[in-house]
Design a protein around this ligand. Structure first.
Ligand SMILES: [Zn+2]
Length: 310
């Protein structure tokens, strides 16, 4: 066997090994996923709210998983949201947009990337929305815009605070101008929420970028983030090429964004329910441990002040 044949032979062997690697679908359907220390059982991760015990990575979760964690299992009601006509522009690239939608629906068991639910936190009725990254990268198009607006309308009609967990790369190019219009529509809806003096809390999850950051997601009265979430408008490489400067390692990560003043709090997934519940109690001046303590302190100061004055 001369050297050319030997190289070709090795090449064939490598091809065979590569062919044996599991497909994307097989990985998704398996009981395993990977994190810092290699393979992890999905079940183990789920028991820890999809947060790695070793490195603390907050893995991406779907809308139902998000509501399960936030409200507690079976403690909430998912609301119907309107689904506009699929593929209004007849978009097709390597695949038809309608086929991509079918695949995403099958994969996530959702009609669109956004889901809205209602439930109670700290005895307060809350309307909550969430985006699933697995539905076409969490991109926002007409159906997602409608879902967000429906959620906000429900919050206004019921005088509920609105809590939203954004995630995703931005507007969906398959619906180009219609998707871009959702930035204005959702922003106007948030304005209506504010006119009604209802609290609007945003909790960034990894990754939130593009048009989502540039519209409704940056308008929260209080902006919270899960640790180490990517929060960006343009990508790191684009910015680096434009400003021609080295960027810090944690650039656009929640902790860096907090230093820049765009995020108020970084809260771990296990503490989100309690933290958001307390914030809502304060914002709505409802009875809670914190408000009771605060009012006790105020009354004590008032008594002290009156005693001094007399
Ligand atoms: Zn890990």
């Amino acid at each position: 066997m001369n050297w050319i044949k030997r190289v070709l032979h090795i090449g064939e062997k490598i091809k065979k090994v590569l062919k044996k690697r599991p497909s994307k679908e097989e990985i998704e359907n398996s009981d395993w996923t990977s994190c810092c220390k290699g393979p992890v059982l999905k079940k183990e991760l789920e028991e820890n709210l999809w947060v790695c015990n070793d490195c603390g990575k907050h893995h991406r979760i779907g809308c139902r998983q998000r509501f399960d964690i936030f409200f507690g299992k079976n403690n909430y009601e998912i609301m119907d949201t309107p689904i506009p006509k699929d593929d209004p522009l007849g978009f097709e690239d390597s695949k038809k947009y309608t086929d991509r939608l079918k695949e995403a629906r099958k994969k996530t068991n959702q009609d669109c990337a956004v889901m809205i639910a209602r439930g109670k936190i700290n005895e307060i009725n809350v309307t909550v929305g969430s985006i699933n990254f697995d539905f076409m990268g969490g991109s926002v198009a007409s159906a997602e815009g409608e879902a967000i607006i429906t959620g906000i309308q429900h919050a206004i009609d019921n005088k509920n605070p609105f809590v939203f967990f954004p995630c995703g790369g931005g507007q969906r190019m398959h619906e180009s101008p219609i998707a871009l219009a959702q930035m204005t529509r959702t922003t106007l809806a948030v304005n209506e929420l504010k006119k009604n003096n209802l609290p609007y809390i945003i909790c960034f999850t990894d990754p939130t970028a593009g048009g989502i950051t540039a519209s409704f997601a940056m308008l929260g009265d209080i902006s919270i983030s899960e640790p180490n979430s990517l929060i960006a408008f343009a990508g790191r490489r684009v910015i680096q090429a434009t400003v021609k400067e080295d960027l810090p390692e944690n650039f656009q990560r929640a902790e860096y964004v907090q230093e820049c003043g765009f995020v108020d709090l970084i809260v771990e997934r296990k503490d989100l329910q309690q933290k958001i519940g307390s914030l809502l109690s304060i914002l709505l001046k409802k009875k809670s441990d914190i408000n009771t303590k605060l009012s006790d302190e105020t009354s004590k100061t008032n008594i002290a002040a009156t005693a001094k004055a007399s």
